[in-house]
Design a protein around this ligand. Structure first.
Ligand code: ATP
Ligand code: MG
Length: 220
């Protein structure tokens, strides 16, 4: 069974009389242990797609099934519950709660997923090279550090599906390689990862690359 299936997703934004057709009929699925990359120019709809897949945004048309359970057009409470049980999510910005330290943000995520494993926090912080910022607050972090902290939060509960929006956008080459190792390790453990990226190194490790342009997949 696919972990996530999207059927004919549409998403339109309206600002005044202007309409942006951000998603125009996108269907996809991600299976267990797969790494799938979404690529495409800025504004092609990658972030919108990831938000609709995780139920953070409701598509205007089409629907999404997560591990056999429909997430689209369900109550906010049910969507949040599916997210907590199934997903690790890294958005392009705003992944951390500002009043909690990096470690507290990770602990909160584990708590929400019903996991108590304090011993794991140190290895998570090591994987994203942030041990030295463990007790830092989000506003004290650089852009790259904030992205890596967000990623540590997203994978804290060892989710079956990690959905990450440009996880290596602001990191140096060495850190990107370390994160790539982490994604490969997830694959070996049968966990799936879907990410949007502009990085060739990142799309190079994907089992499949989905190319977007103007709200559509162009490899269909
Ligand atoms: N909340 C919003 N309101 C209005 N328009 C939006 C909104 N969010 C996104 N858009 C528009 O929808 C289109 C797709 O945006 P999206 O953020 O999905 O692109 P992207 O592929 O993730 O780009 P990038 O590579 O720059 O992150 C763009 O034209 C964008 O301006
Ligand atoms: Mg984006």
């Amino acid at each position: 069974m696919p972990l996530i299936e999207a059927h004919e997703l549409y998403r339109f934004y309206h600002v005044g009389d202007d309409e942006t057709r951000a998603l125009r009929g996108i269907s996809l699925s991600v299976g267990p242990g797969e790494i799938v990359a979404v690529t495409g120019p800025s504004g092609s709809g990658k972030s919108t797609l990831l938000s609709c897949l995780t139920g953070l945004e409701e598509p205007d048309g089409g629907y999404v099934i997560v591990a056999g359970e429909r997430i689209t057009r369900r109550s906010e409470a049910l969507r949040a519950s599916i997210r907590a049980r199934r997903f690790g999510i890294l958005q392009q910005t705003h992944n951390l709660l500002a009043h909690l330290t990096v470690t507290e943000n990770i602990e909160l995520q584990m708590h929400l997923a019903g996991i108590a494993n304090a011993g794991q926090i140190e290895s998570l912080l090591t994987a994203v090279d942030l041990l030295h910022r463990a007790y830092g607050y989000p506003n004290e972090l650089s852009g790259g550090e904030a992205t890596r902290a967000g990623l540590a939060v997203a994978v804290a509960a060892d989710p079956i599906l990690l959905v990450a929006d440009e996880p290596t956008a602001e990191v140096d080459r060495e850190t990107e390689l370390r994160l790539i190792d982490h994604f490969k390790q997830r694959r070996r453990a049968g966990k799936s990862t879907l990410f949007a990226t502009h990085s060739e190194a990142m799309s190079g490790i994907a089992d499949r690359v989905l190319k977007m342009r103007d709200g559509k997949l162009i490899n269909d």
